[in-house]
Ligand binder design. Structure first.
Ligand code: SF4
Ligand code: SF4
Length: 92
């Protein structure tokens, strides 16, 4: 699990319902800009060593278990190359 970047832990975190996310990446659309991997708060994404057919290093999911489905990566991708599916679990 990636290190959390929050400056404090919310006081009611034990009562919070944790959302689980699943990240789907269209590798061929990725231009390797690194926005998503840089801004993901839980370090779920990392740039791959591989190349796609356009010659870019696409992003890949390295820690899907930590994804909370915040959709920041989906919103921030300029190429619309990411889709995040969410489902909410009871408790933590
Ligand atoms: S949905 Fe949020 S937590 Fe999951 S990979 Fe995207 S930015 Fe990271
Ligand atoms: S933000 Fe989009 S284009 Fe940029 S690295 Fe992530 S998936 Fe690729």
């Amino acid at each position: 699990m990636g290190e959390r970047k929050y400056w404090r832990t919310p006081l009611d975190i034990e009562k919070a319902r944790k959302q689980k996310g699943r990240v789907i990446i269209h590798e061929e659309w990725c231009k390797g800009c690194e926005f998503c991997s840089f801004f993901c708060p839980l370090d779920v994404l990392k740039m791959s060593e591989r190349f796609n057919s356009k010659g870019y290093h696409p992003v890949e999911v390295v820690d899907e278990e930590s994804c909370v489905g915040c959709k920041l990566c989906e919103c921030i991708c300029p190429e619309f190359a990411i889709i995040v599916e969410c489902d909410v679990k009871e408790g933590r």
